[in-house]
Design a protein around this ligand. Structure first.
Ligand code: NI
Length: 637
């Protein structure tokens, strides 16, 4: 039985496409860079009862590749009607293009390789072209006449020794191909510098055939009675928690209707955008600032987890449904993994008489991985038995590097292997948290701990206190984190109080890194303004989903959060959405080569007076047979 928040099915996408076809909207050169669910209104979701008919709408973003014109089409699938067709003003400032199509990656490579200037540049450098890889890269926005409003892409070249070589190890420095994808031609080729590509071997993994160590003994995770979660379609229950799993091509994993003991905590949670700005000055890379959701689509590039060991234990997989470039539904098998993990000690106390109580923590993990070119990103949500939620982004894969003179120094890049220089860069994720603490009427405040001068209010100098500052409008809610003040942000309920008479609440606990390092007058500052603050908050609006705007590709800037919050709307005692920015700033190191150990970043949501006491007092003492009370010693034979 369909629920309004269920992810799209391939049949629905195909039915929606058939409506567009019937309406004469599809030509042989029409492609679909984005196909997304149009989410039901909150009222429609609240009114839904099992068995009710469900209206399903799909947004098809259609690109006429022959002309470069794009349009948004909304199709109501159940009734089979085209509800709207809206041309996008992609040629009018501030511009903005739909994301790249997979076929445009191949087109980029073909156009670059066929270009006489590229061939001449490679020949002048004496480089072999047979296995050269021409990477398709979003160009940012710099206002050139032949780029603004056009569907353009850039390509950097990487050598490979053979087809199986890692494509990122041997960059050709200073060779940049600018391409117009609509006109299918090279706009210009920049060819400067004659630094030899590094020859360092970048191979790793199974294909590299490196000898494997033999000293690790197996660790087996067994759950002989099965998992403690249950799944009904997209609905999951696990201990006190309940939620619905969603998935779409742009955001990937979405959690809907997250509740603890049936009480709402999050109406919807996802990571709808991230930006990866580079901090060097070279022509090869000064323009790099990838928007991995808005330009490349995180969900479309989700990994099928059918192979390998992403998760351990008893696993439930959810497929991910997206559309291919022709608008047909396709399934990414096992895109989302859900499993339980032991997480050490949840609580413990040894009494004065020596008796001890200890209870183990466990968490439910809901995750997916997306590969965007050289980088791989894991998106992991963790639900805990004590009412906490963690989010963790895992950045791994291969760092993006250029070539330099071995042994030289560069203020913007580190030499991570001989002749291979990896520029400084950031990975700034933005979580969209549609909070619903005991309902949609919520308010926001900032809490700092405060030092107090010694004096009448602090006679011994030891005292300190805390300060709660209500954040009542959008501008007042543009905040930076401050670990020196243990700064957290509190979301309170407008409708429920706890055992001590205070509004029930959750805290957003940041694990802050640097915000955007680029200057206010830089292009990327305007295009990724969301990344200049750790926190933003807005009143809920169904149209406000993507913090850098709907179409950051080729966009001149100013879209999304800076535009929405200009009106400084009230966020007091209303349905509010938090936007939280976090993520690593990388000064790459040799240990990141040739494949980077996972770099972790994220944040926590902790109940703060949401519950009247520790909700995990009832955990059984000896859940695993090897740690029964009084036992716990390893048996030696
Ligand atoms: Ni990095």
């Amino acid at each position: 039985m369909l629920h309004p928040l269920d992810p799209l099915t391939t049949a629905e996408i195909d039915a929606g496409r058939a409506v567009l076809d019937r309406e004469g909207r599809i030509t042989p050169t029409t492609r679909f860079p984005t196909v997304l669910p149009v989410e039901p209104t909150k009222d429609a979701v609240a009114a839904h009862r099992p068995g009710d008919a469900v209206e399903r709408r799909i947004l098809f973003v259609a690109l006429e590749t022959a002309t470069g014109r794009s349009a948004e089409a909304v199709v109501e699938v159940t009734g089979g009607t085209l509800e709207s067709w809206t041309e996008l003003a992609t040629d009018v400032a501030p511009y903005g293009q739909p994301p790249y199509l997979i076929e445009e990656y191949e087109l980029t490579e073909q156009i670059a390789r066929d270009d006489p200037q590229w061939q001449a540049a490679m020949a002048r450098r004496g480089l072999p072209t047979e296995f050269a890889f021409c990477a398709p890269l979003a160009p940012g926005f710099f206002g050139r006449d032949d780029e603004a409003g056009h569907r353009v892409i850039r390509s950097l070249t990487f050598l490979r020794e053979d087809e199986n070589d890692s494509p990122w190890s041997h960059p050709v420095e200073g060779l940049i191909v600018h391409i117009d994808l609509t006109e299918r031609r090279v706009l210009r080729v920049e060819d400067e510098g004659d630094v030899a590509p590094p020859t360092v071997d970048g191979r790793f993994g199974t294909a590299a055939g490196l000898p494997e160590r033999t000293t690790l003994k197996p660790v087996e995770i067994t759950q002989p009675e099965g998992p403690s979660y249950s799944v009904d379609g997209s609905a999951v229950t696990w201990q006190n928690w309940s939620f619905r799993v969603g998935f779409n091509a742009r955001e990937g994993l979405v959690l809907n209707q997250v509740a603890f003991d049936g009480r709402p905590v999050l109406s919807r949670a996802s990571v709808p955008e991230m930006v990866v700005p580079y901090g060097d000055t070279t022509p090869t890379r000064f323009w790099i600032s990838y928007f991995d959701a808005g330009e490349y689509l995180l969900g479309l590039n989700a990994n099928p987890l059918t192979l390998g060991c992403d998760c351990l234990g008893v696993i439930h997989y959810f497929d991910g449904v997206v559309a291919d470039g022709n608008g047909h539904g396709i399934t990414i098998p096992q895109a989302v993994c859900m499993h339980e993990e032991d997480y050490g000690i949840l609580w413990k106390h040894t009494q004065l008489d020596g008796t001890a109580d200890v209870r183990r923590s466990r968490r439910l993990v809901i995750s997916y991985f997306s590969t965007i070119g050289n980088y791989d990103y894991g998106f992991f949500w963790y639900l805990y038995l004590d009412g906490s939620i963690d989010f963790e982004a895992k950045a791994t894969g291969v760092v993006f590097a250029g070539a330099g003179e071995p042994g030289s120094t560069n203020p913007h890049a580190t030499e991570i292997a001989p002749g291979l220089f990896a520029p400084v860069h950031q990975h700034l994720f933005c979580a969209r948290l549609d909070v619903a603490i005991d309902g949609e009427q919520n308010s926001l405040a900032e809490i700092d701990v405060v030092r107090m001068p010694t004096g009448p209010d602090n006679p011994y100098g030891n005292a300190f206190t805390w300060q709660t500052t209500p954040l009542t409008s959008e501008r007042s809610a543009q905040r930076l984190a401050d670990p020196s003040r243990a700064r957290v942000w509190e979301i309170t309920s407008g409708s429920r109080t706890n055992a001590v008479g205070k509004p029930t609440a959750y805290h957003l606990v940041p694990r802050p890194g640097a915000t955007l390092m680029a200057q206010p007058d830089s292009s990327v500052h305007g295009r990724a303004t969301f990344a200049t603050q750790h926190l933003w908050a807005t009143p809920f609006s169904p149209a406000e989903r993507f913090p850098a705007g709907d179409y950051p590709n080729g966009h001149a800037g100013g879209g999304g959060l800076p535009a929405w919050t200009a009106a400084d709307r009230s966020i007091e005692n209303t349905d509010i959405v938090l936007w939280h920015v976090f993520g690593p700033t990388h000064i790459p190191r040799p240990e990141d080569w040739p494949v980077m150990p996972v770099d972790y970043s994220g944040f926590s949501l902790k109940p703060y007076g949401f519950l009247d006491r520790n909700p995990a007092l009832d955990l059984p003492a000896g859940i695993a047979d090897h740690c029964a009370p009084g036992g716990g010693h390893e048996h030696h034979h």
